[in-house]
Ligand binder design. Sequence first.
Ligand SMILES: Cc1cc2nc3c(=O)[nH]c(=O)nc-3n(C[C@H](O)[C@H](O)[C@H](O)COP(=O)(O)OP(=O)(O)OC[C@H]3O[C@@H](n4cnc5c(N)ncnc54)[C@H](O)[C@@H]3O)c2cc1C
Length: 461
Amino acid sequence: MTSAETTSADIVILGGGSGGYACALRASELGLSVILVEADKLGGTCLHRGCIPTKALLHAAEVADAARDSAHFGVKASLEGIDMPAVNSYRDGVVGRLYKGLQGLVKSRNVTFVEGHGRLTSPTTVEVAGATYTGRHVVLATGSFARSLPGLDIGGRIMTSDQALNLDYVPERVIVLGGGVIGVEFASVWRSFGSQVHIVEGLPRLVPAEDEALSKAFERAYRKRGITFTTGVRFASATQDDAGVHVTLEDGTAHDADLLLVAVGRGPRTDGLGYEQAGIAMERGWVLVDDHLQTNVPGVYAVGDITPGLQLAHRGFAHGIFVAEHIAGLNPRPIDDVNIPRVTYSEPEIGSVGLTEAAAREQHGADNVAVYEYNLGGNGKSQILATTGFIKLVQLKDGPVIGVHMIGARIGEQIGEAQAIVNWEAYPDDVAALIHAHPTQNEAMGEAHLALAGKPLHAHA
Ligand SMILES: Cc1cc2nc3c(=O)[nH]c(=O)nc-3n(C[C@H](O)[C@H](O)[C@H](O)COP(=O)(O)OP(=O)(O)OC[C@H]3O[C@@H](n4cnc5c(N)ncnc54)[C@H](O)[C@@H]3O)c2cc1C
């Protein structure tokens, strides 16, 4: 129904990133009318400034490593250098094709796409440049932004992932502030491209959200790659001049580099959008939701990075689909963060799902948990790829597998089976009975479960 200034639909979605557009696509599939409001580009952070462009850089990095290490495999090749503008144009090609595809998809599903900055003006209305869009339901999906620290201004040589992604040169020396997923991902790319990289992490270990065993193996691998790092020490200050950026830490140590990447986390993009005025309950900028992703205001939902929890694109997709189905009167299963698969993309990769050993022991009692580590040293494909690492299983004693934690080159690809195991609450025997193709890295998943089920094959008991 359309009048001069007001357009209405079943759902108005504010934000066209992973969470917002997934909601739009699923809702229209279910016969609901949808208005999708996006201030920038359909696809949001993940497609334009996150998942996809960074993984393209990581693939270029893998190609560089393959050229550099080719002699190990008896192949004569040499790495002449990195042509950053060419790397960027390869990356832009990938993003551009996906963007075009997504635009076509949204159009083909009859979603009304509105370009412009939207503001929530009541629990049922969003205003964009003087026009009002009314929905029986409103879905907030405005995502997140890269945070900095107090006193640390972004600009010049001090940048977040947004600027780092668009560099047209390879810096000689970089300091990465933050040893979480985004920080280690950029560290990996730059090291492969030839930079000297130093990571500063305030917590005691790199990738601190992961199982401790993974952090240890990851740190070993980074040390071997010549990536240096300081852990357990906090950032104190940074200055910049023509010569570079100068960083001091709270322990008094100083580090110089060409640039500083600030990767200290992402905050919710909710400021000044009318959420508080509409009565929506928030905490430190995050929109609070119940198990059904409903805010405290009837009819208003929130999805993706603006809700507290894991900041992952596939969580956003799942949230969006959930909300569409809930509004359509279906009975979708609530989404629990703990069993959402997580991949840290770097060399080596980390894949994990479910509880870490420490969390499992805390939650279920120290004596009620069993763990098993299958070393990739016994895995043929990993030997062929010349990678090391392991798959660590966390099991409720005599019960299901409740955590899978993996490290090694390309191991993130194994997250599919890992998440099926944890989410289906499989027992080691269930997985041990399945046949895994040889020689694949996937086979290591089978071997780990064979061992945990008491019948190890290529592993010591
Ligand atoms: C460097 C980097 C790498 C990442 N890599 C991965 C990865 O490999 N895998 C993974 O799962 N996740 C990754 N992420 C995280 C992932 O990008 C986010 O979790 C995901 O994009 C969240 O989706 P969202 O829909 O909640 O928000 P967003 O994708 O941020 O989308 C929000 C959208 O809302 C729009 N918007 C905001 N305010 C308004 C307004 N007032 N009016 C209209 N539109 C508005 C924005 O323009 C944006 O398009 C990465 C993030 C970064 C930064």
